[in-house]
Design a protein around this ligand. Structure first.
Ligand SMILES: O=C(O)C1=C[C@@H](OP(=O)(O)O)[C@@H](O)[C@H](O)C1
Ligand SMILES: C=C(OP(=O)(O)O)C(=O)O
Length: 426
């Protein structure tokens, strides 16, 4: 019996774009307006951090349910001593220390217990190269730490190991124009994590008028020093968070549309179009800007590299496929909200799927599926992956679905609304 969903969904704004725009607005020379700002745990933490530096934040609730944020830069960013709470937000724990460095501030950073396990050293070592002094309260290179950036100087070329996270690179690029002498940055030999997110940073900077060049091999960046004028932008919907909804069309053999799908995007979630088509969906981007995905009764396995934050949803969909899949280039997901490779191996095994997790890949071989309680590890994407399994497997229960508030507090309601459109189709 098939029970296809048939829904059109508005997903909230992009976390990655919201937190980039907020950092840049704080560093601008005049006020900025950010329409359709995401309001979620990760962006609330960013807003609080900026307010601590003396940045003016005014929120306006709009009649369509979105939030516009007006950002007024501080005449001079506060130097503290301040405290910044990072929660479990990579974009806060990696993007705010360079802002503190530019401010010349003394700041204590801490986060959730799980945040204390996430890699930080490459970006912090780079800030030390630029003259910041960092005292670690527990483990070197990890939260919690106190940074004193009162003696920041102009740097020579900074070289960063970006195999653990693209955010180390993005964090420095975002403040490069505000550093004395700008910034010259290279990725050290070895893999670069989530390269799409670095391109998003580069494109965002260019869109706002920052001069940035990328080396021919794509592993080096030069940001010219200079003032950034205030700006007005509208944040795109979060296309990564659209993923579980779109995948639901395949999982339930139904149809799901996402409103306001951009014609071009820097978000890695833009790749859902290609991924889901390859896995068997019919995909249509209409004149009304709705991207519609329809199940065709078939879900094929896929070999896919650099899925980045799409991997948990993709892995759950691969569990429902008619052939094996392999997701590669995702070793750094072991340092995300949880060790996602281990978590996916455990949870997909529970529902009967064979999963082999290597250092940097997942091999997923579908088998007969069974009900299980899916643990979410305080990881929003494990929770949404569990919800997706729940559409296809009778009796799945997802523990702590509220953890989706990290980037999409509306998830439980939006999901329930979509799921309620499913009808028995005999
Ligand atoms: O810069 C960003 O907004 C992000 C970069 C990526 O981090 P990693 O490079 O650590 O994977 C991604 O997974 C994360 O969800 C958001
Ligand atoms: C890895 C993620 O988040 P963060 O920004 O905390 O790194 C994610 O959202 O999948």
């Amino acid at each position: 019996m098939r029970t296809g969903v048939d829904a059109i969904v508005s997903v909230p704004a992009s976390k990655s774009l919201t937190n980039r725009y907020l950092i840049l607005a704080a560093l601008a020379s005049s006020p900025s307006t950010i329409h359709n700002t995401l309001i979620s745990r990760d962006t609330e933490l960013m807003l609080d951090a900026l307010a601590a530096f003396g940045v003016g934040i005014e929120r306006v609730e709009c009649s369509d349910g979105s939030t516009t944020v007006h950002v007024t830069p501080a005449a001079e960013l506060a130097r503290g001593p301040l405290e910044v709470q990072c929660g479990l937000a990579g974009t806060v724990m990696r993007f705010v220390p360079p802002l503190a460095a530019v401010a010349g501030a003394t700041v204590k950073f801490d986060g959730d217990p799980a945040a204390r396990l996430r890699p930080m050293a490459p970006v912090l070592d780079a800030l030390e190269t630029l003259g910041a002094n960092i005292e670690y309260a527990q483990e070197p290179g990890m939260l919690p730490f106190t940074m004193d950036a009162s003696a920041l100087r102009s740097g020579e070329q900074v070289v960063i190991d970006a195999s653990g996270s693209s955010q180390f690179i993005s964090a420095l690029l975002l403040v490069g124009h505000a550093l004395p002498g700008g910034l010259t940055l290279r990725a050290a030999n070895g893999p670069v994590a989530s390269p799409d997110h670095i391109m998003m940073t580069v494109q965002t900077l260019r869109e706002l008028g920052v001069k940035i060049t990328v080396d021919e091999d794509g592993r080096g960046w030069k940001v010219a020093p200079g003032a950034l004028a205030g700006f007005t932008v509208t944040v795109e919907p979060d296309l990564s968070n659209a993923g579980p909804f779109l995948a639901a069309a395949l999982a339930s053999d139904g149809s799901v549309g996402i409103r306001h799908w951009p014609t071009t995007t820097t978000q890695v979630g833009g790749k859902w179009v290609q991924i889901l088509s390859q896995m068997g969906a019919e995909v249509h981007h209409g004149d009304d800007a709705v991207l519609t995905v329809r199940g065709t009764g078939k879900i094929h396995g896929i070999n896919y590299a650099d899925a980045s934050e799409l991997a948990p949803t993709l892995a759950a969909l691969c569990a429902l496929a008619d052939s094996p899949s392999k997701l590669t280039g995702i070793g750094h997901l072991r340092g995300h909200e949880t060790d996602r490779l281990a978590a996916l191996e455990t949870e997909l095994n529970k529902v009967g799927v064979q999963v082999v997790a290597t250092a940097d890949s997942l091999e997923i071989t579908p088998a007969e599926l069974r009900a299980a309680d899916i643990h979410s590890y305080e990881d929003h994407r494990m929770a949404t992956a569990g919800a997706l399994l729940g559409l296809a497997i009778e009796g799945i229960r997802v523990e702590n679905i509220a953890t989706t508030a990290k980037t999409m507090p509306q998830f439980p309601q939006l999901w329930a609304d979509m799921a309620s459109t499913a009808k028995a189709r005999g």
